[in-house]
Design a protein around this ligand. Structure first.
Ligand code: PLP
Ligand code: COI
Length: 341
């Protein structure tokens, strides 16, 4: 199979239309068997529930070319579970987890010519999503839904790749205490758009959101969970039920403990503690682990000792081990790697 003629190592995190996408429709109380199609456009009623009341959820995962030339994905079963959790919270039908994983297999295989070659630093991002499509005008859930999964080749989420970024403490809240912060609903991202535009205009790469109730604890950013490294090498991640349970973060906590022998802690992280940490990183499918060099709190700078030049040493070890597992250089825990072809 010939690969597309793309400058893989120049890719940023953007959308490039690829050949096929997977579509399945939910109607009369059941999902159809799903199919791959070529048309990237969607036609729907002006009154579709997704357009009026934002009934939409999504996932994000990647396909990798391994060192020995296979194409694999990473823990798609966890994305399937989280997608089901998101659907239940949003009054949407659950797509059977097997169908979710099968859709990923099919769409990656069908777009194999867009899976970046090993060693380019790029990957094929897979975006599964579901939305309410029939007309709804009174506020209630849709009765008909479309599930889709498309792919797009991507490079690093933050320009500069592994270069440390600067983030600001946001005055906006990302999630309400009993809201939807723990699921992957489009609405969580819609409300972050104003905050991210403002952060970018002020020269920051991302926002740090605090817990909306007390504004004393660290939650997450608009698109990734936090990891902190203490000065004595412990890996700490915030515990909160209003943040997204990141697949990357859960995997990294396991890697830290089982592969690197580090102590790990998932606990509430108070904003006041930040100056005591040695390293900070953002972790997620898109972000992988992006090191944070500086946190700006309304003009007061909290500078991580790891600095603005490179990833801190523990973050680097975590990064190398996780990407080593994903690209087949390091043996993966049972069930983590899903071979596509
Ligand atoms: N937090 C938010 C708000 C996200 O959008 C994402 C991305 O999916 C993550 C965390 C990281 O989750 P994962 O590692 O499962 O991609
Ligand atoms: C992902 O990491 O897959 C996400 O969905 C985050 C998004 C901000 C791109």
């Amino acid at each position: 199979m010939d690969k597309k003629n793309i400058e893989w190592s120049e890719l940023g995190f953007g959308y490039i239309e690829t050949g096929k996408r997977y579509v399945s429709t939910y109607k009369d109380g059941k999902w159809d068997e799903g199919a791959l199609i070529s048309d990237p456009m969607i036609t729907m009623s002006e009154c579709a529930c997704v357009l009026q009341y934002a009934q939409t959820i999504f996932e994000g995962l990647k396909a990798y070319t391994t060192e020995d030339g296979r194409i694999v994905t990473f823990r798609p079963d966890l994305n399937a579970q989280r997608f089901a959790d998101s659907a239940r919270r949003m009054e949407m039908p659950v797509l059977p987890e097997e169908q979710f994983v099968e859709s990923i297999r099919q769409v990656v295989r069908a777009n194999a010519d867009y899976v970046p070659p090993y060693g380019t630093g790029a990957t094929l991002y897979v975006r599964p999503y579901m939305f309410g499509i029939n007309p709804v005008i009174g506020v209630k859930p849709a009765a008909e839904f479309q599930y889709r999964a498309f792919t797009t080749p991507v490079g690093p989420y933050f320009k500069g790749g592994a270069k440390p970024i600067t983030i600001k403490v946001s005055d906006f809240d990302r999630a309400a205490p009993c809201g939807t912060g723990n699921i992957k609903a489009g609405l969580n991202y819609a409300m972050s758009l104003h905050a991210i535009v403002e952060a970018h205009e002020e020269g920051f790469d991302e926002n740090m959101y605090l817990d909306p109730k007390t504004r004393t604890k660290v939650e997450e950013t608009g698109g990734a969970n936090f990891l902190f490294i203490t000065k004595d090498g412990k890996v700490v991640t915030p515990k909160s039920n209003s943040i997204l349970p990141s697949v990357t973060r859960r995997s990294l906590m396991y890697v830290a403990k089982e592969y690197l022998g580090l102590e790990t802690e998932e606990r509430e992280v108070y904003f006041d503690e930040l100056s005591e940490f040695a390293e900070c990183g953002l972790c997620g499918t898109a972000a992988v682990i992006s090191p944070v060099g500086k946190i700006n709190d309304h003009g007061r700078e909290i500078c991580l000792p790891s600095g603005m030049e490179e990833m801190g040493p523990v973050t680097k070890k975590l990064y190398d081990t996780l990407t080593g597992i994903q690209m087949g250089r390091i043996e993966a825990p049972e069930g983590w790697i899903c071979e596509i072809m």
